[in-house]
Ligand binder design. Structure first.
Ligand code: ADE
Length: 421
C-alpha cells in the first residue's frame, strides 16, 4: 500500500464511523438517492475537511450534485479524510497550508463555476464578491454555517452588495442551540485536554464571550469541576452569566487568576498585551472563535524573548499543538493550536451527532434553494421553520422519542384572547 492509499484507507474508516452515527443525514440521503433533487447542480463546499463534513459531501453527491471541496481554515483539514474524499469530489485541502495556498485552494474549488456555495466563515462568499463577481450571475444561492460568516454577510447585505440569496444555517434553532452550545462546549474542552493532557478539575478557566458558544464552554468547564469566570461586554449577557452561577469580571482582573483563558467572542484583539502582562505564570490561552484574531499573537510575540513549539502529534495533526512564550521576567505563557479554532486544530471538531443536525440543515437548505430557484431575492434568508422543525422531528425519530401533540381545544385556547373556555 502506498502512502496515499494508506491515508485514504484511514480516512474512509473515519468517514464510515461518522456516517454510522449521522442518522438524520442518512434519512435525507436515502430519499435523495431516489429523488435526485440535486441532479445537474454544481456545488462548491468550503468547510472544515474532516469526517462529518465528508458525510455531508457524500450526501450531496448521492443527491446528484457534482461537488468541489475547499478547506475553510488552513489548519483544520484531516489529510486522511481529504484523501478519502477524493473518491467523491474534487478536493483542494491540506493541513498547514500557507495563506496564499489557502486562498488559491478556494479559487480552484470555484473553478467548477458553482450553482450553490456552502461556506463556513464567509471566506468563499467574500472571495466571489471581492474578486470573482462574474461567477455570481449563475449562482442560485449560498449557505453559511457559522456566526462569523453570518456577521460578515449582514455587513454585505447592509452595503447592498449581496449578489445571490444566502441561507443563514447558523441562525436555525436546531443549529445554534446544539452546535454552537453543546458542540463547541464539548469539542473545545476536548481540544484543550487533548493538547495539554492537564486536569481541568479545580482549575480556574476564564471564558471570554457569553454567546451560545461561550455558554456551552462555560457549562462544560463547570461540569469538569473548574472554577469558571466569564468576561462579557454585553450587560444583559453578563447578568445571564451571573444568574447561571458564574463569576463575571473584566478580563484584566480575571487573567490574574486564570489557568486557562478561552476566547469565543467573534471579535478581534480580545486578549492583548495588557492581559498577557497581567496573566499568571503558566497561563494557557486557547481560541474557540472562527478566526485566529481573538488572542492577539503579535502582542504576545512582542513581549517575549523566546518562543518554542511543544508536544508534537502525528495524524491527523502532524504538528505541534502548543507554543511556549517566555517573557523578559521569565514568565511562561502557552498558546494552543496557533490561536486557531482549538476544537478542530487540537481536537476533532464537534461531536458527530451535533454535526448531523447542522449538516442536515445544510443539506435541506441547499434543496430549498434549488426548489426556489429564480424566486428568491439577493438577500439573507433564515432557514425555513419547516426545515428547522423537520430536523428536530427526525432527530426525535432517530432517538425513538415520542412527544405529545396539542389537542384541538388547546390550539384554540392558545389563539384566543377571551377568558371563557
Ligand atoms: N466539523 C465540521 N465543521 C465543523 C464546525 N464548523 N465546527 C466544528 N466542527 C466541525
Amino acid at each position: 500500500m502506498n502512502v496515499n492509499e494508506d491515508l485514504m484507507e484511514k480516512g474512509l474508516q473515519k468517514i464510515e464511523w461518522a456516517e454510522n452515527w449521522m442518522k438524520i443525514l442518512a434519512e435525507i440521503r436515502k430519499r435523495w438517492e431516489k429523488e435526485k433533487p440535486l441532479k445537474g447542480i454544481k456545488i462548491t463546499a468550503t468547510l472544515h475537511v474532516e469526517a462529518k463534513t465528508a458525510t455531508l459531501i457524500k450526501t450531496l453527491v448521492a443527491g446528484g450534485a457534482k461537488v468541489s471541496v475547499a478547506a475553510c481554515n488552513p489548519e483544520t483539514t484531516q489529510d486522511d479524510v481529504a484523501e478519502a474524499l477524493r473518491k467523491y469530489a474534487r478536493v483542494y485541502a491540506k493541513r498547514g497550508m500557507s495563506e496564499e495556498e489557502y486562498w488559491e485552494s478556494i479559487r480552484r474549488a470555484l473553478d467548477i463555476e458553482p450553482d450553490i456555495i456552502i461556506d463556513d466563515g464567509g471566506d468563499t462568499h467574500y472571495l466571489v464578491h471581492a474578486e470573482l463577481p462574474e461567477l455570481a450571475k449563475d449562482i442560485i444561492g449560498g449557505t453559511e454555517e457559522t456566526t462569523t460568516g453570518v456577521k460578515r454577510l449582514f455587513a454585505m447585505q447592509k452595503e447592498g452588495i449581496l449578489k445571490y440569496p444566502v441561507v443563514l444555517v447558523n441562525e436555525a434553532r436546531m443549529k445554534y442551540l446544539f452546535d454552537n452550545r453543546y458542540g463547541t462546549g464539548e469539542s473545545t474542552i476536548f481540544g484543550i485536554m487533548n493538547a495539554t493532557n492537564l486536569c481541568l478539575s479545580g482549575k480556574t478557566i476564564v471564558v471570554c464571550g457569553y454567546g451560545w458558544c461561550g455558554r456551552g464552554i462555560a457549562f462544560k468547564a463547570k461540569g469538569m469541576g473548574a472554577n469558571v469566570i466569564v468576561c462579557e461586554v454585553d450587560p444583559i449577557r453578563a447578568c445571564e452569566a451571573i444568574m447561571d452561577g458564574f463569576h463575571v469580571m473584566r478580563l484584566i482582573d480575571a487573567v490574574k487568576h486564570a489557568d486557562f483563558v478561552i476566547t469565543a467572542t467573534g471579535n478581534i484583539k480580545v486578549v492583548r498585551k495588557e492581559h498577557f502582562l497581567a496573566a499568571k505564570d503558566g497561563c494557557i490561552f486557547a481560541n474557540a472563535g472562527h478566526f485566529n484574531v481573538e488572542v492577539w499573537i503579535s502582542d504576545l510575540e512582542s513581549i517575549s524573548i523566546k518562543k518554542r513549539k511543544l508536544r508534537y502529534f502525528g495524524l491527523p495533526y502532524n504538528d505541534y499543538l502548543i507554543e511556549e512564550f517566555t517573557l523578559k521576567n521569565g514568565k511562561k505563557l502557552y498558546l494552543l493550536g496557533k490561536g486557531r479554532l482549538v476544537n478542530l486544530v487540537c481536537g476533532q471538531g464537534h461531536p458527530v451527532e451535533v454535526m448531523d443536525l447542522s449538516f442536515s440543515l445544510q443539506a435541506l437548505s441547499v434543496e430549498w434553494l434549488i426548489k426556489n430557484k429564480g424566486k428568491l431575492k439577493k438577500q439573507l434568508y433564515r432557514v425555513p421553520r419547516e426545515i428547522d422543525e423537520l430536523v428536530a422531528k427526525l432527530k426525535l425519530k432517530t432517538l425513538k422519542v415520542e412527544i405529545d401533540e396539542l389537542t384541538e381545544e388547546q390550539k384554540r385556547y392558545l389563539e384566543s384572547w377571551k377568558l371563557e373556555i
